[in-house]
Each structure stands twice: as structure tokens, then as C-alpha cells.
Write a protein that binds this ligand. Sequence first.
Ligand SMILES: Nc1ncnc2c1ncn2[C@@H]1O[C@H](COP(=O)(O)OP(=O)(O)OP(=O)(O)O)[C@@H](O)[C@H]1O
Ligand SMILES: [Mg+2]
Ligand SMILES: [Mg+2]
Length: 294
Amino acid sequence: MELNDNEWRTLKIIEISMKHYEWVPLFEIIKKTKTNKKEALYRLRILDKHKLINRSSYGYRLSHWGYDALALNTFIKKELLSAIGGKLGVGKEGDVYNVILTNKREAVLKFHNIGRTCFSMGKRYRSYLAEKRHISWLYASRLTAQKEFEVLNELFPIVKVPEPIEQNRHAIIMGKIDGAELKKVDLKKLDVDIYKLFWDIIEEIKKMYKLNYVHCDLSEFNILIKEDGDFIIIDFPQALNINEEGQKFDKIPGEFSQDIEFYLKRDIGNILRHFKKYGINEDLNKIYNYIIGG
Ligand SMILES: Nc1ncnc2c1ncn2[C@@H]1O[C@H](COP(=O)(O)OP(=O)(O)OP(=O)(O)O)[C@@H](O)[C@H]1O
Ligand SMILES: [Mg+2]
Ligand SMILES: [Mg+2]
């Protein structure tokens, strides 16, 4: 897909104008791009052909693919990305792709796509509310990407998490690990000390906690393990910052938040449940106290 500068600019104008319009009217696009109607319509036809925008009788708006394309183009303009490869995974909230950086290094690109299910509703019957939800999808997706990138920056390299490389809009570029989800791996077939691996994971949770974070979606799905038994923890958009959580509920600093306790215990419980299969039986409360203890 090749767009010229004018077409990219038109796409960006539509993106920006979506703050004020559900459907950006043609006159607004003409005004902002400082062009005439014929030229504007020509550019819009090209954007539409590439499915970067949606059209209605009210005007135009960015499509999912259009938002992806804007983020990708920014990475390419920054001379960071050189190639995008196949899909690594499709999560509930986003698609993950293999990419190659301009320095030849392999990495992964994760697009956050919040609320895309409501996006696929029938066009004709889409309600006003759904339209609003679509607008918030754009911002919510960007916010979660920002959040995940921020958390990775806080944790890397102290905790075993992917290296945060760059973030733009709803997209994150991060270091790649050649591993499989713990869920899919039979640890007995790997050359690893399973008991040690279990405690290594607990150790990472403790380090995270010391840096004021609780993952909140930790399980065998969000731990990637390499052949040699090394691992990383991924998927941080829902992580909680212990201090911020305290402030939100007007707590005295250092005072215990029940939310934190709930999520931390749930994370530990998931790991315990998974390792039970391998004959590891540890006490949840004991591990919990170990993690929050000094
Ligand atoms: N840094 C990485 N290196 C290698 N593979 C990765 C990396 N990050 C993500 N993946 C792959 O992509 C999948 C989805 O990533 P992630 O869990 O971050 O996304 P998600 O959309 O939040 O998924 P979920 O539905 O689990 O919430 C992972 O399970 C993993 O297979
Ligand atoms: Mg995940
Ligand atoms: Mg997730």
C-alpha cells in the first residue's frame, strides 16, 4: 500500500477531526486540508479503496485499518520498522505481529484493539450509543497501549518482561522472545527444574510488587517460556500500580488496598493451579506473605 503525503495528511485530518465529529463532513476535510472539493474527493476515494476510512451519508471516519496504518506509518517515518511479518497471536484485546526493525533486530508489534466486537455490528442498525462507543474505542485503545508501554518501562529490565521499544497511538513495539505460552508447553519434556521455575516466577512477581505493580492477569497464558527454560511475563495493560490504587480510594499511603490483595492472590492462585499439575503444592497465603513481605 502506497499513499502519497497528501493522502496521509487527509487521513490524519480525519483522525484529528473525529474528536469533534462522529462522521467528519466533507467541508471540514476540504477546509483543514486547504484543498478543493475535487482533490479532496479524489484523496478520499483512494483512502476508501484501501479501506482506511469508512463512509456514510454524514461524512467520513477512520477505520480500524486506518488507525493501524497511521501508527505503522509513524514507525516507518521514524526509520524504526523495516518489515512487518506474520501474526504471532490474536488476543482478546489486540493483534501481535512479528516485525523486523531497521537495525535488523526481530521484535513484536502489538496493536491494542479495545471494543472491536461492537465495531462489527451491522452498519445500518448501529445505534447512536454504539457510535459513541466507536469513538471511545479509538481513545481507549490508545490509552491501554500507553499504559502497557509505561508499565513495561517501569519494570524492564529488572523484571523479566519484554523490552519496551516504541509506542504510537494504539501500537507498541517491544522485544521479542522466542518462546511458547506456558500453557502450551509440557515442562516435563523440557530440560528444566520445574520447582525452581515455579519459584523463579514467584520471584518475578515479588520484584514487580516491589516496583509497585501487580499484573492482574497473570496466568500460564501470559508467561512465555523458551526451550532453555528462561521465561518472560507479558501482557500488562491491566496492571495496577499499588500507589495509584491507594490514592484513588483516598487511602493513607502504605495502607492496604483490598483490590491489590484480591488481584495479587488471584495471580498467585493461577500460577499455583498451573503448577499443581506438576506436583507442586504450595500454600497461597504463605506465598502471598512472602511477596508482600520485605
Ligand atoms: N514480546 C513478545 N514476544 C513473543 N511473543 C509475544 C510477545 N508479546 C505477545 N506475544 C504473543 O502474542 C500473544 C498475545 O499477546 P498478549 O497476551 O500481550 O495480548 P492480549 O491481546 O492482551 O491477549 P489476551 O487475550 O491474552 O489478553 C501472546 O500470547 C504471545 O503468544
Ligand atoms: Mg495475553
Ligand atoms: Mg491481555
